[in-house]
Design a binder for this molecule. Structure first.
Ligand SMILES: [Zn+2]
Length: 436
């Protein structure tokens, strides 16, 4: 029972090929000299053709669904077996790096190749989601939403900058929006979902860890604020008679930073600050600001937002500045599945990727699980959408300097080898689980 772990030479060759394929796909872009590949664009079709070739070479049968997801399928060893989905996205932000999303798809294909002729007790589908970044239609996750059956009419009616709707773009690409329902899996047919993705942040690097386990994708609140004071002459208005909106907004900037630094895992950002009719000789009368707050625990996030609004309102009252706010987004945290995450933790542990400072000779199973690197994802991923549908788990690969959504995005080749090794160990654990 179980398959032979491939030799280190095989892992080396396959992970190197996965990286070369990321380089290769980076050439397919809407903008010369940059990597920009949006949903259902011409370069997306070129990438689709290459993916199908590579998937077939690995023994997968391929199909393209009604939203342009490219899917490679490997049957299991018995008919009617459930399907494990392994996926990530192949669209990019403008002027992107070459690994965000793509690498997870390339490693899925590599893992199938590494299995050779071995059949698992479940089918595998490697899914290259056609849309995750939300660039073209300002709405993300179109690819994964099709797979879980949550594409609705409102989404199909969204338009891009040229006024083309999602439905029309699908038709223009040569696909049929009426086929979208058949792109969806039945939850009862699916065993789970694994996504391997670069971290896009600096946490694993700061822990000198090649790989980490994602426990949850953080929830986020986005709030727009407007501070209303009184514009006045900067020379003639004494300090004690001012209603300076910007001074109150500035206290929010500092309080958000102070609070986030004192609450573990909390991040808070005032990313925009706009003085209406601002000039060097005018006391700012009206200021608009944005606030972005994220945490993996929804209660902590909601409390932080309430406390920041409260603090800012009181500061405004003291300075005769009124505050209006509008919650633009409240997105709950998405925990990854406990069971699959445990299998992934075991796979990491067995492959030697553990937090060495946290090891004891007499490990309980809890300590064993606690000894691999765990983190929350501050960014959204397709795994968020799949988590509401099946058991989802995520493996992060260290991002040098935390750089992502930028041409300097990078990975360390030995980390990619490590990820492929852990993916195969994870499949072995699932195999044992399904056989029992
Ligand atoms: Zn991504």
């Amino acid at each position: 029972m179980g398959f032979e772990a491939p030799s280190s030479a095989t892992i080396l060759a396959l992970s190197q090929q996965a990286l070369e394929r990321c380089d290769n796909l980076a050439l397919h872009s809407e903008e010369p000299g940059k990597i920009t590949r949006t949903f259902l664009s011409k370069p997306a079709r070129e990438v689709q053709a290459k993916l199908e070739t590579w998937m077939k070479e690995s023994g997968l049968s391929t199909r393209v669904d009604a939203v342009g997801n490219v899917i490679g399928r490997l049957e299991g060893n018995s008919p009617g077996a459930k399907t494990l989905l392994i996926g990530s996205h192949i669209d990019t932000v403008p002027n992107a790096g070459r690994y965000d999303g793509i690498l997870g798809v390339m490693l899925g294909i590599a893992a199938v190749r590494a299995l050779g002729a071995h059949k698992l007790p479940f089918a595998l589908e490697i899914i290259a989601f056609s849309e995750e970044e939300g660039v073209r239609f300002n709405v993300p996750f179109i690819g994964s939403k099709a797979v879980v059956g949550s594409v609705d009419r409102a989404l199909l009616e969204k338009t891009d900058a040229l006024g083309t709707s999602v439905a029309q773009a699908i038709v223009d690409y040569g696909l049929n929006p009426n086929d979208i329902p058949s792109a969806a899996h039945k939850p009862s047919d699916v065993l789970g979902y694994l996504e391997v993705h670069i971290e896009q942040g600096p946490i694993l690097e700061s822990r000198q860890a090649p790989l980490g386990l994602v426990e949850a994708i953080v929830g986020q609140s986005r709030v727009n604020l407007e501070f209303r004071g009184q514009a006045a002459h900067a020379g003639t208005t004494p300090m004690n008679l001012r209603k300076d909106a910007l001074v109150v907004a500035a206290t929010l900037v500092l309080e958000a930073e102070r609070m986030a630094k004192t609450i573990p895992g909390l991040v808070a950002t005032v990313g925009t600050l706009e003085v209406e009719d601002g000039a060097g000789n005018i006391v700012p009368g009206r200021v608009r600001a944005s606030l972005d707050v994220r945490h993996s625990d929804d209660a902590i996030r909601e409390r932080a937002v309430a406390d920041l609004l409260d603090f800012t309102w009181h500061t405004g009252q003291k300075r005769k500045v009124n505050l209006d706010h509008q919650i633009k987004l409240e997105q709950r945290a998405v925990p990854m599945d406990g069971l699959l995450t445990e299998f992934l933790a075991d796979a990491l542990e067995d492959c030697g990727f553990k937090n060495k400072s946290n090891l004891s000779t007499l490990q309980t199973s809890f300590e064993k699980v606690a000894s691999v690197h765990r983190l929350s994802s501050g960014a959204g991923h397709d795994a968020m959408i799949l988590a509401g549908f099946t058991k989802a788990t995520m493996l992060f690969i260290r991002s040098p300097r935390g750089v992502s959504h930028h041409p300097d995005e990078a990975v360390i080749p030995s980390d990619v080898r490590a990820a492929l090794t852990v993916m195969l160990e994870f499949l072995k654990k699932l195999e044992r689980w399904q056989a029992n």
